[in-house]
Design a binder for this molecule. Sequence first.
Ligand code: SF4
Length: 700
Amino acid sequence: MTDPTETPERSFESNPTVCPFCGVGCQIEYAGRGSATGVEGPVNERGEICPKGAAAFDVVDNDDRLTEPLVRHDGHFVTAPWEEALDRVASGIGRVVDEHGPDAVQFFASSNCTNEENYVLQKLARVLGTNNVDNCARLCHASTVAAMSERFGAGAMTNTLDDLSETDCILVNGANPAEQHPVAFRSYVLPAVRDGATLVHVDPRANDTTEAADVHLPLRPGTDIEVANAIAAVLVEEDLVDEAFLAERTTGFDRLREHLADVDVAANAEAAGVEPAAIREAARAYGEADRAAIVTGMGTSQHRCGTDNVHALLNLALLTGNIGRPGTGVNPLRGQNNVQGASDVGGLPGVLPGYEPVTDAAARERVAAEWGVEPPAEPGLTEVEATHRFGDEVRAAVVFGENPAVTEPNATAVASAFEELDFCVVIDLFETATAAHADVVLPGSAWAEKSGTVTNTDRRVMRMRPNADLPGNARCDFEILADLGRRLTDRPEAFDYDGPEAAFDELTRVAAIYEGMSYEGIGDGYQRWPFSERDGTGTDVLHAETFATGERTAPLAVVDPVPPADDLGADELTLTTGRVLQHFNSGALSRRSERLTAMRGEDVLQIHPDDAAERGINDGDRVTVSNERGTVEVAADVTPAVREGVAFCTFHYPEPLANALTGDALDPEAKIPEFKHSAVAVEPTAEGDALAERDAAGAD
Ligand code: SF4
């Protein structure tokens, strides 16, 4: 007889699926003994994976997983049956909608969940009557998408990862693919470098990518425009532009040339803190290459001028004709495994599935024909804007697989703002920092427990297949969201799906870029958007004959530098933040893994030896990092890898909470926060504080 108190053994099986971490999209499967192995896939053609992928099952079979719904009673969570928990959600959200209208609810979609789940979530928001739905693409590449959509008509990689191995020059701006997209770096970037391509790395910090670079421009954070404009000025001055391309495929060259004539390369180099000769070397490498590709990351995009930063980079591609051909283009590397897809399927407040603007009446009508309800015409709130209005015009939140109390800038203030809500439901695997503020927490499914599709960084839609059953009474995310759709809206039949494939089929009818795709067509491979059966697997190189705007030409843009929001005090350093190879974003997945935490067990603050000496800081010392938004304590890593005047903090652990220090300034167009430039004071942690901390930790 089975003991009902005994936790049943989980069952695992091997099925090719997609790694839950970065946007490269390696295929992996269960390999027994709690491990994943790489399997030959569309991106990792030889089955290679990185340390994160190998540890991907640690989060699935984790003792801290939520296995029962939690509802708050008298300030404390108690377990509850699903019916009771879902009823609480329906009544909590329903009351807010009745009293304040649907725009008083904010939906957080998840860039770590499937296309089908995100499609259903954004549909739920819109059928309820609000466009207040956003995902953490807002925090990483919203500015890249804004600039590329405006100029080219599509905010995604113009080319493919495979293409990078065919290029003659790769300009990596504000990204560290060697650590953050390791398989893409090793499989596509390094082979190009070994074949003679020049690698230019624009980054305030020397890291693993820099080791492979021919030219490193260690710019001051916030001076990307100065550097890109200086490179553009050299391209024009040294006649490295593509006159034929400029004439046929661009507009506005005369105006830009006039603007660049006033750019003083030496002065821009000085402002950026780099050598003018290095800027010229970078410009010549990029301008003289037959095929040159730009790879861009969050070092470029996460500024209050992130959109302008990207505009300045797009100029380089257009000036030199490096767009619309294999081995060229502008290629944002996406972070989460489905940040591209969560946006593609409409998890954004201004666009419907397939990036049709919500303001476009014809687009709304097309969606209404499928849903039976027309989405609202007013763009909704971004997730950062929404947290700034919690308790005011926003009174409820549905948080699906995200942890905004940790990942938003000025995070301590955001966590407090959650307390201002009338109702909050969180769907997640763990009791996250955000779940601590919820009224109801619903235990969802991990990546290895779900079916569906994700879209990787180079627009490839690939299938996810279950490798494990669900723990306890956790449920599939797709079922939870469809159930909420039936309970929260007056169109329950619109959420009656016969599984994720039915939702995907609906998506292909609603989003033109996915039209013609199918689970069967994707199979063990992929289909790439924009898809057409004529092209086999989809369109590899965008903008070849015409831009995605439908125009033959794209405009060149005049871009002026924008000062950062934080003024730097005399003794302050510029704080910038980022990731390391062994961990991923807020660490929600990676720090649950013993093998990954054994490799990197804490966050550190990198500080230059001269800045450390000035402050009496030695390598390994505890330091206090503070500004008017918060104070954190962290171990110092004294290293010349980070430039003088700059401190770099990783953000993978809840303590120290690096985002307690980042600010509220937003890019005016993309509403992306300025994560990469915060003024901070850094000083040794007072001995008394350090002793108290050690005592609290139980140290000898
Ligand atoms: S490179 Fe990215 S997708 Fe591939 S195994 Fe590593 S984390 Fe996963």
